[in-house]
Design a protein around this ligand. Sequence first.
Ligand SMILES: NC(=O)c1ccc[n+]([C@@H]2O[C@H](COP(=O)([O-])OP(=O)(O)OC[C@H]3O[C@@H](n4cnc5c(N)ncnc54)[C@H](OP(=O)(O)O)[C@@H]3O)[C@@H](O)[C@H]2O)c1
Length: 229
Amino acid sequence: MRGVLVTQWTEFENLVIEDCPRPALENGQLRIKTQAAGISFATSLVVAGRYQRKPPLPFVPGTEAAGIVTEIAGDVGAFKTGDRVACILDWGGLAQEAVAHAVNTYAIPDSLEFHRAICFTNSYSTSYAALRWPHLLRLQAGETLLVHGAAGGVGMAAVEIGKILGATVIATVGSAQKAAFATAHGADHVINTREAPFREAVLDLTGGIGANAIYDPVGGDVFAQSLRC
Ligand SMILES: NC(=O)c1ccc[n+]([C@@H]2O[C@H](COP(=O)([O-])OP(=O)(O)OC[C@H]3O[C@@H](n4cnc5c(N)ncnc54)[C@H](OP(=O)(O)O)[C@@H]3O)[C@@H](O)[C@H]2O)c1
């Protein structure tokens, strides 16, 4: 099959599509004919050998994929061949076939396109957990949510989920183009951090009170400044 094969730790831009071995199927796993696969910041770390977990070389990268089930190993009653699914992977998504554990695979409706479905596996679930889980932000309707990196993968998901949960969403982005993108995805207010410091803008927008919840996928000085708004 064709796919991206990493034979040595490298940078994203060096990756090429070539012939690679068909992955073996183990009990409890599904073979998926890939229709769409995600390329994420995490994947760039994996291929460079800088992620928490290092796959054995050579390997196919790719942390999320969506497609059609073509083969099933063992008793995974929830699925049958022909099902449309999306899956979370440690690696293996960027090829014509991916193998996923059934517990990390989700059926998707006919109305959901494959390339959209892959966003729900990692980006939306990460942001949903951060915003909603009881020991994390536990965002409530009527609260003000500040989302950094709001035109990025998890940031955009946080903007959309925040709006669905009934929050007022303030988004920070780094360009006018990203500002338009965040607005189109529901942000109530957008701050271009390349034009103005976000801390003062957030305090202005909230009458000096600051945000109730802050979602920060950027870190560093953004985190330090966030503690003060
Ligand atoms: N995507 C996922 O499924 C997922 C899941 C779990 C964890 N994460 C983690 O969440 C973080 C963000 O991931 P993502 O997928 O949302 O990334 P992304 O799509 O690249 O978005 C990151 C955003 O952060 C902003 N940013 C500010 N300073 C930056 C810098 N020095 N370098 C890069 N970006 C900078 C950029 O927005 P501006 O230019 O507008 O400031 C960029 O759009 C990463 O640490 C990632 O490992 C992601």
